[in-house]
Design a protein around this ligand. Structure first.
Ligand SMILES: [Fe+2]
Ligand SMILES: [Fe+2]
Length: 381
């Protein structure tokens, strides 16, 4: 390659470099002084000398979360064509058309019925109005949670160290945005009123959004995502809700993020164990416990025992919390015993002929693929 050089005076360029060097030393010294005296300083936690975010490359996190998220990236247009999203690229749409052409007439018919009016007809065929309302009441609780997940993961993006962790959080922000808009469209297709947040959801999610620093990982990636994972796993086998399988897969990745992050940037023993933090975590999840009896009637409509669901969720959340180092005021085994006792006391008071049950050993995730995903995360616990 040959370039036609522009004329310039080397002396001028030299002066420009000198001026820049002086300005560079001055601005960095000023910012350092401001930082030392807690008066501000550089805002970006970015190391331009190393071309890296503070904390280093964090390549394990990048591979486990960012690369994996991109590999598993799903498009609503392909998996839920009835929702009217146009998020496939031309190439993906072409592939989709080719795949559709290869379908048998019966398969084609099954796919075509997924246009919006046909999807609504399918919902009407499969569910009574009361059942549709129950599904919407339950899923909208996590739908509002997705809005907070979007907001909180964007805030966490500014809290984490390393290039890999930021790449991981960036993917989570994008996935939460997708969850929010896709779930919203899905619930609107049910043609029943979508409820506001209950007082308990409001208190719980506001608590998560207001949690300081990396404690947001506990509120969001452990507690909210643990509930979301369980809800999607419980409902993805229902007709018309198959796309929730993909939500479930995304949330499983999000629940693993705190543990993987703290492996590279561990919390101090004080951060993990101090009594104030333990109490704050416990107070944070208290309103979430009240959601269980609040949704009892709607869950019963779908043949699900609210306390079995609650037990199944708390079993998973408490394991995720312990693994990440977010300790609670009492050890996990005792906590589960206490929760069981509380659930049974409530059921004795409100249900006819209730007999003591160990709700925290229940498993409400239904789909086989979803059970396999959860086995990978939780083992046999
Ligand atoms: Fe989500
Ligand atoms: Fe998530």
């Amino acid at each position: 390659m040959r370039f036609e050089k522009c004329p310039h005076r080397p002396g001028v360029a030299l002066w420009n470099q000198r001026i820049e060097r002086v300005a560079n030393r001055a601005i960095r010294a000023l910012d350092l002084a401001a930082e030392i005296s807690h008066l501000g300083g550089r805002k970006a936690n970015y190391d331009d000398y190393r071309y890296e975010f503070i904390g280093g490359p964090g390549e394990t996190l990048r591979r486990k979360h960012y690369d994996r998220s991109l590999r598993l990236l799903w498009k609503s247009e392909e998996h839920a064509p009835h929702l009217g999203f146009r998020d496939c690229s031309d190439g993906e749409r072409e592939l989709l058309d080719m795949a559709t052409r290869a379908l048998t007439p019966a398969e084609k018919k099954a796919r075509n019925r997924l246009a919006k009016p046909e999807f609504k007809a399918l919902l009407d065929r499969e569910y009574t109005t009361r059942e549709k309302q129950a599904i919407v009441n339950i899923l909208s609780a996590i739908g509002h949670g997705e809005a907070y997940a979007w907001l909180v993961s964007a805030e966490l993006l500014g809290e984490v160290k390393s290039t890999g962790a930021r790449a991981a959080l960036t993917m989570q922000v994008m996935e939460e945005a997708k969850h929010f808009v896709v779930l919203r469209e899905l619930l609107q297709a049910f043609d029943v009123p979508i409820p506001r947040q209950s007082a308990w959801e409001y208190m719980f999610l506001e608590g998560v959004a207001k949690a300081p620093g990396l404690e947001k990982f506990f509120g969001m990636n452990v507690a909210v995502e643990g509930i979301a994972l369980s809800l999607f796993g419980m409902m993805s086998h229902l007709p018309g809700l198959e796309v929730l399988r993909l939500f479930h897969l995304d949330e499983s990745r999000h629940t693993g993020l705190p543990m993987n992050y703290f492996r590279e940037f561990p919390m101090s023993a004080w951060q993990r164990h101090n009594p104030r933090a333990r109490l704050r975590r416990f107070r944070l999840i208290l309103p979430a416990l009240a959601i269980i009896p609040y949704l009892e009637e709607d869950l019963a409509e779908l043949g699900i025992d609210a306390f079995e669901f609650g037990g199944s969720v708390l079993k998973k959340i408490s394991l995720l919390a312990e693994r990440a180092g977010f300790f609670l005021p009492v050890p996990r085994a005792q906590l589960l015993e206490l929760i069981n006792a509380g659930f049974n006391a409530y059921c004795t008071a409100t249900r006819d002929g209730h007999e003591f049950r160990t709700f925290t050993t229940a498993e409400t995730t239904r789909g086989r693929r979803e059970q396999a995903v959860e086995r990978e995360i939780f083992g046999v616990a």
